[in-house]
Design a protein around this ligand. Structure first.
Ligand code: FES
Ligand SMILES: [Fe+2]
Length: 461
């Protein structure tokens, strides 16, 4: 195969575009776009996942320069509500400082550097007080009180306010950037505001929030969610063999992975015994019963109909009734598919209704080999409803199972399967003589894009 053809090959069978094209309720235009480009096929160095040197470069030159979602706006409903966001060694306080203002500061004292708010997550403070000597700041970061002020004639109040962090909001998410000279959030969001105009995330509420510690570097952890190539081996699921992968620029990538509409042809290429449970291929009726999005006990599939269309229609009614919203114009794809956007460096947003997650992956403290994975389910809010108080995150340690979180239902097993591979991968990295990982040109292109952008950001002057 000549080099110019690399990246052109695709799985056999129906493409995602063909599946969406046959839907009853048509998808909004962004979902019909296709934007792949071949980005090379060199191996990616394993050192990037295991070396302290690379980790420290990320800490110095990646995390302090990029926009990251810290919390949801609904975490900050009353003046004085705070949210502490930790990433690696850094800690940022986000606060509702006034009815119409949200501000962010480094969580460190301007006297002798002590961390001010101890714990990550939600809180409330009428003012910020350092636990060491009691220096105190107003919610806008200005000095409120310095105990024994007589001893600090050299301290200029204006220079000893809390250290400000840039803060912007999109889709109900509060983003922070520790670089005072950072370009606006809009540059990093790229196509997201346009693509999510049909699925406004600000009109959603946190139904479930789970934060789990994972035994893998933050990049390996999130890369397990950037491709559907693992679906047969890890999830015993044929869905995803024909997933579509898109690169919208340096910061935003996507996959669309059809649920309840697999192509038996695509599975031929997985090898003769890869999926014995799919021989003979599943009927439309079997696909409907096993797609995981509902029971569909009352649904039958008339001749010429598909599991996907029947499921989408049934879900429009049942989910619409449960949530109190009208989903009659919501496309089949938004009703059933796994549509996943990645925003550099560590966030995933899903516009779908039945698969409505957001993810965030970040280094856990100083440890190269572990990470924190926030998993949120965002449910659409009925028209006119205000956001309820968000739930406290359920915190799971490395050994705990997602199935302990009842609200995740059938997804608990899926996330256990996804995260179960990670310890083995992090261990395998260290046992390898081969210095790099190898990526598929199409199905794993988002992982390559992630690494290219990491290098670009870290090498900026
Ligand atoms: S270190 Fe914070 S008040 Fe002294
Ligand atoms: Fe998975």
């Amino acid at each position: 195969m000549s080099n110019s053809e690399h990246g052109r090959a695709r799985a056999k069978g129906r493409t995602t575009a063909e599946v969406l094209g046959a839907d009853r309720v048509e998808s909004p235009p962004p979902l019909l776009e296709e934007r792949y480009e071949f980005l090379g096929d060199e191996d990616i160095s394993i050192d990037r996942y295991i070396s302290r040197d690379f980790f420290e470069r990320e800490i110095k030159t990646l995390w302090p320069r990029v926009w990251q979602w810290a919390c949801r706006e609904e975490h900050l409903q009353a003046v004085g509500d705070t949210y502490v966001y930790d990433v690696g060694p850094y800690s940022v306080i986000v606060v509702r400082s006034g009815e119409d203002s949200i501000e962010a500061f480094l969580n460190t004292c301007t006297h002798r550097g002590t961390r001010i708010l101890a714990t990550e997550g939600s809180g409330f403070s009428p003012a910020f007080t350092c636990p060491f000597h009691g220096w105190c700041w107003n919610l806008d970061g200005s000095i409120k009180n310095i105990p024994a002020r007589w001893d600090f004639p050299h301290v200029d109040d204006d220079k000893h306010g809390l250290q400000r962090v840039q803060c912007e909001i999109w889709g109900g998410f509060v983003f922070i950037n520790m670089d005072p000279d950072a370009a606006p959030l809009a540059d990093q969001l790229d196509v997201l505001p346009e693509h999510f105009s049909h699925s406004p995330l600000e009109r959603r509420r946190i139904a479930v929030h789970v934060e789990k510690r994972l035994p893998a570097n933050w990049k390996a952890a999130q890369e397990a969610f950037m491709e559907a190539y693992h679906n047969i081996e890890t999830h015993f699921s044929p869905n995803g063999a024909n997933a579509q992968y898109d690169i919208f620029g340096r910061f935003v990538t996507r996959f669309i992975h059809n649920i309840g509409s697999y192509s038996p042809d695509a599975l031929e290429d997985y090898g003769p015994s890869a999926a014995p449970w799919l021989d003979p291929p599943l009927t439309e009726d079997q696909q409907l019963r096993t797609m995981g999005l509902g029971k569909f006990d009352d649904e039958n599939i008339p001749d010429g109909e598909t599991a996907r269309r029947i499921a989408a229609e049934a879900l429009r009614k049942s989910v619409g009734a449960r949530l109190g919203i009208d989903l009659s114009d919501c496309s089949d794809s938004l009703m059933v598919d796994s549509i996943e956007y990645h925003l550099f460096p560590n966030m995933f947003f899903f516009p779908g209704i039945s698969i409505p997650m957001v993810y965030r992956f970040r280094p856990a403290g100083d440890d190269v080999d572990s990470s924190l994975f926030d998993l949120l389910i965002l449910e659409p809010l009925p028209e006119g409803a205000t956001h309820p108080e968000p739930p406290e995150p359920v915190r799971l340690d490395v050994e705990q199972s997602y199935t302990e979180v009842e609200a995740l239902g059938w997804l608990g097993n899926v996330y256990d399967q996804d995260t179960g591979n990670l310890r083995a991968q992090q261990q395998g990295f260290k046992a390898s003589r081969k210095p790099g990982i190898t990526l598929g040109n199409y199905q794993e292109v988002r992982i390559r894009r992630l690494h290219m952008t990491i290098d670009e950001v870290m090498n900026e002057d």
